[in-house]
Write a protein that binds this ligand. Structure first.
Ligand code: 6GU
Length: 287
């Protein structure tokens, strides 16, 4: 549960050493594939796949549309590791366990995290299929004290009180906007504020209207705690949200959010997202 302590640094080192013994290239960039976006890892060449169930201390991902493996290899020549399937809070894991792979990435030498997710569009100008560069987040679960860094702090990962005002690297966001232009994605690229709720239910009309009022552009069930964990251990972070549905903010509307639609939009955008993310990897590796 929430008050459970995280694994020790030494335990995580065992996991990291296990992975290092299994792979031939050490990744410098980590990618987390969002719901319906597992195909982001399919461009990886010389791929070495390690199922989560083979990795000591790793949780198992249980949700449809998530494969549940680490894919090591190269994207545009850059050594990467991708998570096909992430761990969600609604599956029952405490937040620190959802974020365990981020710390493992750190321990095997990853410097940069690219987190992707499927999200509902709250900003009324957003359309289904838009790609939102995350500019900032609101850690709603953290307001109530639920945080992946809750509990004793190990200074080997990072400071007790990490700053979060520069969580989403400004240079990466600038590059992403330039790449979007090059790839003729300008009409679908947005930049905004993401929030994560615990799920698994989608939000009520009143909840969504509240989030809209406080400046949220897209809402999902992941990423925020991963980003906090990554920034705590000084990784550079880029995140994007694929807008898979429009949030229903009126009682007059009849449509309802559903997971099938989330996966469908992921499939619809898989080619362009693969191109976008692999180009970002190439550019991020050069700075
Ligand atoms: Cl509308 N809400 C949340 N929390 N997550 C989502 C979503 C909505 N659409 C896709 N993922």
């Amino acid at each position: 549960g929430r008050s459970e302590k995280g694994y020790s640094y030494e335990t995580l080192l065992e996991t990291a050493n296990f992975l290092l013994s299994r792979i031939s290239v050490k990744p410098s960039i980590g990618i987390i594939c969002g719901s319906g976006m597992g195909s982001l890892a399919e461009n990886i060449t010389d791929a070495e796949c390690i199922p989560y169930e083979d990795i000591p201390n790793f949780p198992i991902s249980t949700v449809e549309g998530h494969h549940g493996q680490l894919v090591f290899g190269r994207l545009k020549g850059v050594a990467v590791v991708a998570m096909q399937g992430r761990f969600h809070y609604y599956e029952g894991y405490p937040l620190w366990k959802c974020c365990l792979p981020v710390r493992i990435m750190k321990l095997i030498g990853v410097k940069t995290l690219i987190a992707t997710n499927a999200a509902g569009g709250l900003n009324p100008s957003y359309k289904i299929g838009d790609v939102m560069i995350v500019k900032d987040h609101i850690n709603m679960m953290g307001f109530a004290g639920n945080n992946p860094l809750h509990g004793p702090n190990d200074e080997r990962f990072g400071p007790r009180f990490p700053p979060m005002n520069k969580a989403y690297n400004i240079q990466f966001r600038k590059i992403a906007k330039e790449v979007a232009k090059e790839l003729n994605m300008e009409n679908i690229i947005r930049e905004g504020v993401y929030t994560c709720l615990g799920g698994p239910n989608f939000e009520t009309v009143a909840e969504l209207n509240m989030l809209k009022m406080v400046g949220v552009d897209a809402v999902g069930m992941s990423t925020v705690h991963e980003v906090i964990t990554a920034r705590h251990c000084d990784m550079n972070v880029f995140a994007l949200s694929l807008i898979t549905n429009e949030c229903v903010t009126s009682y007059e509307l009849d449509n309802e959010a559903n997971h099938e639609e989330v996966l469908d939009v992921g499939r619809m955008r898989q080619d362009i997202l693969r191109k976008f993310v692999s180009t970002l990897v190439d550019k991020f590796a050069q700075i």
